[in-house]
Design a binder for this molecule. Structure first.
Ligand SMILES: Cc1cc2nc3c(=O)[nH]c(=O)nc-3n(C[C@H](O)[C@H](O)[C@H](O)COP(=O)(O)OP(=O)(O)OC[C@H]3O[C@@H](n4cnc5c(N)ncnc54)[C@H](O)[C@@H]3O)c2cc1C
Length: 364
């Protein structure tokens, strides 16, 4: 997801049959000039709005739709999540021969739509979670929801090189757990200086014949114990004061051109793969002012369930998980969030119905 992504010019809701609310008295219409559902300019209502269409969001959509919650998924301008930028996925259960990432996400989407989930390819850029119904804006349209599931994921931070983008999925990766297996007996490099880079380098020694660990400074930032383990490992070679200037290769990775930060000069390192381990950025921009984050910027849940600090707002997937970061764990959390939302709505409705009935009786 790109926080600065340009909204689509066409209404993302065209063709959908959605509930349109009339504006409450004295209330301003949603953002003028922007595309509006059915041209009415009125907010769109749903019992559950799910934000994000990766494994977490679409699994939540499958469960919520099958529980008759008629969810709307505001899935991001770039729908499908991180698996859209990878090729072979070999560890998602149910696919003994493996499956291409985009194909897997196409199947998730089809399954969610089969049960009636409505998916909008737009980014939520603003929310108001001060009370129910919760309000969310995407591509100029206001959505109102009784419950919200935030499943916006976390983006890997890349080096920003053209050659790195071109060779992603062809030897360049940001996930050792996911792709390490493909580098059995190969020479690879890990770039980064924190604990994640050290952990990934050590993990990759299970497959690779040689792991070059590249860091731009003269010392690693990771813990002393991890540094000592990496330095002592016979398969790991440290390259301090080096930057990756270019990933070499046309069809697949063939090497790296390294620059030096301590003196002038360049060098070439022949190898088969590059793992970028310089961090992840959780996609929390629209929610930052409302939902509690941890010290790394990830959304927090209560620990036992997927509940956030706001009643009726639930969190699932990589946006709150910097430990496991796998499609199957994200999907599992999406399932939990949908069940939590369903039970929460049921409890609210059970609580509110007698009060509404009492109010009606008093009014008579
Ligand atoms: C290169 C690479 C290879 C990988 N390979 C594997 C693998 O082989 N196996 C495996 O299990 N895992 C793999 N992973 C990890 C896996 O992709 C993630 O763990 C998983 O996708 C997380 O799912 P998620 O739904 O939490 O988030 P994501 O997949 O990141 O999806 C988040 C979604 O939210 C949307 N979004 C973000 N902000 C907004 C907003 N403001 N409004 C609306 N929508 C928004 C995004 O556009 C995106 O569609 C890989 C990751 C990478 C980077």
């Amino acid at each position: 997801m790109n926080d600065n992504a340009t909204p689509k010019t066409q209404s993302p809701l065209s063709g959908l049959n959605l509930t349109i609310l009339a504006p409450a008295e004295g209330e301003a219409a949603p953002v003028a000039a922007a595309p509006v559902a059915n041209g009415s300019g009125h907010p769109v209502a749903a019992r559950v709005v799910i934000v994000g269409s990766g494994p977490a969001g679409l699994t939540a959509a499958i469960y919520a739709a099958r529980a008759n919650l008629e969810p709307i998924v505001i899935g991001g301008v770039v729908g499908g999540g991180q698996l859209m930028i990878t090729s072979e996925v070999e560890n998602y259960p149910g696919f003994p021969e493996g499956v291409q990432g985009p194909e897997l996400m196409g199947l998730f989407r089809k399954q969610a739509e089969r049960f009636g989930a409505r998916i909008v390819d737009a980014d939520v850029d603003r929310v108001d979670l001060s009370g129910r119904p919760f309000r969310l804006w995407a591509a100029g349209i206001e959505y109102r929801a009784e419950a919200v599931i935030v499943a916006t994921g976390a983006e890997a931070i890349w080096l920003g090189l053209e050659s790195e983008t071109r060779l992603r999925g062809r030897g360049v990766s940001a996930c050792a757990t996911c792709d390490g297996f493909f580098f059995r007996d190969k020479t690879i490099a890990v770039v980064g200086g924190g604990d994640s880079a050290l952990e990934e380098a050590l993990f990759l020694t299970r497959f690779a014949s040689k792991v070059h660990l590249i860091h731009r400074r003269d010392a690693f930032r990771g813990s002393k114990i991890m540094q000592a383990r990496a330095a002592a490992h016979p398969k790991i070679e440290l390259h301090l004061n080096r930057t990756v200037e270019e990933v070499l290769g046309d069809e697949h990775v063939e090497g790296l051109r390294l620059g030096r930060t301590d003196e002038s000069g360049e060098e070439t390192l022949p190898l088969d793969g590059l793992f970028v381990a310089i961090g992840h950025r959780p996609n929390v921009a629209a929610f930052r002012d409302w939902l509690t984050t941890d010290e790394k910027g990830y959304l927090r849940t209560d620990g036992a369930t997927t509940a956030s600090n706001i009643d009726g707002v639930f969190v699932a997937g990589d946006v709150d998980d910097h430990r496991y970061r796998q499609a199957v764990t994200a999907a599992g959390e999406g399932c939990r969030a949908a069940i939590d939302a369903e039970r929460w709505l049921e409890a609210q409705e059970a609580h509110e119905a007698p009060r509404a009935a009492a109010g009606a009786a008093t009014a008579q």
